[in-house]
Design a protein around this ligand. Structure first.
Ligand SMILES: Nc1ncnc2c1ncn2[C@@H]1O[C@H](COP(=O)(O)OP(=O)(O)OP(=O)(O)O)[C@@H](O)[C@H]1O
Ligand SMILES: [Mg+2]
Length: 345
């Protein structure tokens, strides 16, 4: 078996240019852009399950779409099984046999005029030449795999519950036996009561199929039970990464700590003094100078207004963890050089 990681993301940037007004062109202002993904580097090994968490608008979906080739990145590279992804407009993704993506709202990604069987057959035929008999057999295997009864095969999406529809979209993604499944908030549109069952299904599929998973979510509670490793994203960058349980037990970035306080039952008692997030994230068009978290950070120091911190790896048993904070791996209590937190947002 090859040792090439299933996914390698290096120096990835995805900037959406803003329309320039006539005045800004006359004044010679540089074109502005939404820096949705702004310098992201990571790899995912075969069989790993990795979480990607962060607030709304921090660039999670954009990153997911770049990975499967739905967006052509502004800079940097994505490699799947060592091969660079070439974005191809209009196609579901560029490398269907390697990576597939599922979305938050399975209703909008399933064709309302196709039965479940037709949707699965279409996925099988698009990617492989198979006989009708083989395709039918494979459809029933796929339904089995996602724990749906074979009776569902003749149903249309509108006749299914949200949880069932998400299972169908998982089955359709798995039809081509991808190595990497990018699941973009697969449970946030579902009733709380069915969220756990779909997450458990993803965890089971990972074991059964040796699937590599990138699970995108707003909060840590969703990724906790499924992901070995978690990456925290803030304004287009990965600002902390590490094995999920240790990241939760001992977060190094003030943003991660604040995210965790949003879920009280995940917060260890000794962190209860950590303040919740101050205000909304700044605009991804004009980022703060220095650390991009500085307007909201409760521990901001002068260096944080000067230099943007890179990911800093821990030492010893924390060598597999990293955080982009000048004070990572130091005393978690406020550093001595703390200055007044700016009052403006
Ligand atoms: N096609 C696009 N054109 C212009 N700007 C975009 C486009 N897609 C996303 N953006 C902007 O890029 C930033 C990141 O958006 P993205 O959807 O990736 O965030 P997200 O983390 O997935 O958010 P959510 O949790 O709400 O799904 C946002 O500021 C968003 O407005
Ligand atoms: Mg999103």
């Amino acid at each position: 078996m090859s040792t090439t990681p299933v996914l390698e993301v290096s120096g990835l940037e995805m900037h959406f240019p803003l329309r320039r007004s006539g005045l800004s062109v006359v004044r010679g202002r540089a074109a502005e852009a939404v820096r949705a993904v702004d310098g992201v580097n990571f790899t995912i090994e075969r069989g790993e399950s990795v979480g990607l968490v962060g607030e709304s608008g921090c660039g999670k979906s954009t990153l997911g779409r770049c990975i499967v080739g739905l967006y052509k990145s502004t800079a940097g590279e994505v490699r799947l099984n060592g091969v660079p992804v070439v974005a191809s407009k209009g196609q579901r993704n560029a490398n269907p046999r390697v990576a597939q993506i599922i979305f938050q709202d399975p209703y909008s990604s399933l064709n309302p005029r196709m039965t479940v069987q037709q949707a699965l057959m279409e996925a099988l035929h698009v990617h492989k030449t198979v006989t009708r008999q083989d395709a039918e057999r494979r459809c029933s295997e796929l339904l089995d795999l996602v724990r749906l009864s074979s009776r569902v095969a003749e149903a249309y999406p509108r006749q299914l519950s949200g949880g069932q529809r998400q299972r169908v979209s998982i089955a359709r993604a798995l039809a081509v036996e991808p190595e990497l499944l990018v699941a973009d908030e697969p449970v946030s549109a579902l009733d709380v009561s069915v969220q756990a069952t779909v997450l458990n299904l993803l965890a089971d599929l990972r074991k059964e199929l040796g699937l590599t998973l990138l699970l995108i979510a707003h909060n840590m509670a969703v990724v906790r039970h499924v992901c070995d490793r978690t990456m925290v994203m803030y304004l287009g960058r990965i600002i902390e990464t590490g094995p999920t349980e240790r990241l939760i037990a001992d977060p190094q970035h003030p943003y991660t700590r604040a995210l965790l306080t949003a879920i009280p039952r995940l917060t260890p008692g000794h962190r209860s003094e950590t303040p919740a997030l101050l205000g909304d994230p700044p605009s991804p068009i004009r980022l703060p100078v220095g650390c991009r978290f500085n307007p909201r950070c409760s521990q901001v120091a002068s260096i944080c207004h000067e230099t943007e911190p890179n990911l800093i790896f821990g030492a010893g048993e924390d060598a597999d963890r990293a955080a982009a904070c000048h004070f990572a791996w130091t005393d978690p209590v406020a550093p001595t050089t703390v200055s007044e937190a700016p009052s403006s947002q």
